[in-house]
Design a protein around this ligand. Structure first.
Ligand SMILES: *Cc1c(COP(=O)(O)O)cnc(C)c1O
Length: 297
């Protein structure tokens, strides 16, 4: 397996045709290029967790996810790279030849997978609930890397964002990456978050306690396409079209919805004509297995 290589991160300009010259510039920060399966922002959320685990003398990390979790596979790979054992608690699935490619990859990266019911999973934050589990020497990482170390690692993403950009766009799941970037980005650079689920404005409350000073952000929840993980023809069409113009593959869960929303905002004149926009490609391309036969890439 390839190792994660941050030096592969580049800023790629989008074709002017895509934004019709309505703004000065739209570029994309390609965190997806670091590794073929480890989702860009997931790596950043894990980095400091792994470091912390080592500093605490832990030989094992334990974390959680579903059968298609971008976080789980990133955790498996990151642990392997740090020579730390990993255990993944997976909700409602089993490992066999028909398992999701994500779970199979986790296993081949050396992650020990434990399968629990949906009911047991709901109590995942109380480790005692997971029968027979000893926490000695085990470092617990919440689902999605959503903790202090995850936010700290996400701050590192801001080091890849030059000051010329007036607006930075990011897709928001738990809000961990968004919060880290907002805390590290100079206040004049406005951060726009795109929620891929219905009624995503609840994220305002999730984010608020962790914001250090600048509140210069805007959260959009309009482009959910029916809800988290849901999609339609229009979105698939958009992804294929976007690839045709820019030669950048988007993922079906997060970045496609963000870019769809961004294009609509641009077309409606939301941005000043001199806006320099940077979109963060957070990866997640493994999630496209579910729609692979409908994508041109
Ligand atoms: C997990 C994920 C996100 C959301 O990250 P959060 O830190 O949970 O907000 C965004 N994009 C992609 C591709 C992801 O896999």
């Amino acid at each position: 397996m390839d190792t994660v290589d941050e030096s592969k991160i580049v800023i790629q300009p989008l074709h002017a045709q895509w934004y019709q010259d309505k703004v000065a510039k739209v570029d994309m920060l390609r965190l997806d290029l670091m590794h073929p399966i480890i989702s860009g922002n997931k790596w950043f959320k894990l980095k400091h967790n792994l470091r912390q685990a080592s500093a605490n003398g832990c030989h094992t990390i334990l974390t959680f996810g579903g059968a298609y979790s971008n976080h789980l596979i990133a955790a498996a790979a990151a642990a392997k790279q740090h020579d730390i054992k990993s255990i993944g608690i997976v909700r409602g699935a089993h490992l066999n030849n028909h398992s999701s490619p994500i779970l199979q990859a986790c296993a081949s990266l050396g992650m020990e997978l434990r399968f629990i019911s949906h009911e047991a999973y709901k109590q995942k934050n109380e480790l005692q609930a997971i029968a027979g589990y000893s926490t000695d020497g085990v470092f617990l990482i919440p689902e999605g890397g959503a903790n202090e170390w995850g936010r700290q690692g996400s701050e590192d993403i801001a080091t890849y964002i030059p000051g010329i950009y007036t607006h930075v766009c990011i897709s928001v799941g738990s809000g961990t990456t968004f919060t880290g970037i907002r805390n590290a980005l100079p206040p004049p650079q406005l951060l726009l978050g795109f929620a891929p689920m219905k009624n995503g404005r609840y994220l305002d409350a999730e984010i608020a306690p962790y914001l250090k000073s600048s509140k210069a952000y805007q959260l959009f929840d309009r482009w959910h396409f029916g809800g988290f993980g849901k999609s339609n023809f229009e979105l698939i069409d958009f992804m294929n079209h976007f690839y045709g113009i820019n030669n950048i593959p988007l993922d079906i869960v997060y970045t496609s919805k963000m870019m769809f929303g961004l294009q609509e905002l641009i077309n409606k004149g939301y941005f000043p004509g001199d806006a320099h926009i940077l979109c963060v490609h957070t990866g997640g391309l493994t999630g496209n297995v579910s729609v692979a036969d409908r994508l041109v890439y």
